[in-house]
Design a protein around this ligand. Structure first.
Ligand SMILES: Nc1nc2c(c(=O)[nH]1)N[C@H]1C(S)=C(S)[C@@H](COP(=O)(O)O)O[C@H]1N2
Ligand SMILES: [Mo]
Length: 217
């Protein structure tokens, strides 16, 4: 119960870790600062790896660039004008807590990337956050397989600042650390660069079941 030791210190009790080996490396880091673990609404724990939750201005834009024919940037209005996808899924953090039946609304990540005409060599997506620190990565085929969303609504309301508003990623079938908050850019690249927690010991392939779903979700 390393998770309870580390996170319990911050007043948050979590269940047994699904991956004891890596959580031993991760959880002392997550529990090490007061802003690292804050009890959130709806059963979520709102995580941040910086001091507090960053705020976007009215001029928020999501940039999509890299190995693409037509780099672009999207305002929240632009994203909301695109075909919306709704999902209801259990949200699962690798440290053991989960929230059932979370409602998400957003645009399909793979559709958004397609609009920028990725080159054939551009097989990987690299994500940054406007917190200036957190990063994540998915292959383009994982983006398709998971049906990942660039999400702007969650739990029946616009994304709150604590949950990564105005725009975050939501990656079904994978642990919560893939779902980067305060999303600021998507860069199409040709090689995987491990994300923030992945450089600290978590698997780059974050399938909750240990492998991709055998049927499309
Ligand atoms: N920018 C950023 N994104 C992040 C994190 C973070 O600390 N910073 N934590 C990740 C982890 S480990 C989880 S479980 C989820 C938690 O989402 P929530 O903070 O909305 O509960 O966000 C993920 N995305
Ligand atoms: Mo997590």
């Amino acid at each position: 119960m390393l998770g309870m030791l580390a996170l319990g210190a911050a007043g948050v009790v979590v269940g047994p870790s699904l991956e004891q080996g890596v959580s031993a490396a991760l959880e002392p880091l997550q529990g090490s600062g007061l802003t690292g673990v804050l009890p959130g609404g709806g059963g979520f724990i709102e995580y941040t790896v910086v001091a507090g939750f960053p705020a976007a201005g009215r001029d928020y834009r999501l940039r999509v660039d890299g190995l693409v024919g037509a780099p672009a940037s999207f305002s929240l209005d632009d994203l909301e004008a695109m075909p919306a996808v709704h999902l209801d899924r259990t949200f699962q953090c690798v440290t053991g807590w989960s929230v059932p039946d979370v409602h998400w609304v957003g645009v399909r990540l793979s559709d958004l990337v397609e609009r920028t005409r990725p080159e054939p060599t551009g097989t990987v997506l690299h994500f940054t956050s406007f917190d200036g620190v957190y990063t994540e990565t998915l292959t383009r085929s994982q983006a398709e397989q998971t049906g990942a969303l660039v999400a702007y609504r969650m739990l029946g309301a616009p994304l709150t600042r604590g949950h990564g508003g105005p725009v975050r990623l939501y990656v079904p079938e994978m642990f919560g650390y893939k779902s980067i908050k305060w999303l600021s850019s998507i860069t199409v690249t040709d090689r995987v660069e491990p994300g923030y927690w992945e450089r600290n010991g978590y698997p780059v392939d974050a399938w909750i079941d240990g492998h991709p779903p055998t049927t499309a979700s």
